[in-house]
Design a protein around this ligand. Structure first.
Ligand code: 5GP
Ligand code: ZN
Length: 115
């Protein structure tokens, strides 16, 4: 828990969210400002600011987040033709909340390269 971190508070239930999944290591909830028909945010419960701040001891949870994303994706019919999993890192990456998170997006066709 990091003081005044929005996503730490969401993971603890101190700020309400539409939860879609939780286990010992991760918490997933619907994005408040969805960019696609399905837009889920997946976070490790442990506070890590971004991918730029992970350490050796975070390897397990990083793998677990990706596995949870793949499992969750199978539960949304809108994602049957594919989806995108993104982690924005730092200012150039467009990160606005400084608690490591992954966006699971789908239900529409995305362009490449990203904007
Ligand atoms: P970032 O821009 O850091 O990659 O993503 C942060 C995401 O968190 C944004 O998509 C934003 O809509 C979402 N978000 C910000 N505040 C809240 C909130 O209070 N509740 C929920 N559910 N999502 C939020
Ligand atoms: Zn946090």
């Amino acid at each position: 828990m990091s003081e005044n971190c929005l996503f730490c508070k969401i993971a603890k239930g101190e700020i309400p969210s539409h939860k879609v999944y939780e286990d010992d290591l991760v918490f997933a909830f619907k994005d408040i400002n969805p960019q696609a028909p399905v837009h889920v945010v997946i976070i490790p419960k442990k506070h890590v600011a971004s991918l730029g701040d992970v350490s050796e001891q975070d390897k397990e949870v990083l793998g677990h987040v990706q596995f949870v994303a793949a499992k969750l994706a199978k539960t949304f019919p809108e994602l049957k033709n594919g989806y995108r999993l993104i982690s924005n890192c730092g200012s150039d990456g467009g990160q606005t909340v400084h608690h490591l998170h992954y966006h699971l997006l789908g239900g529409r066709v995305f362009g490449w390269p990203p904007g």
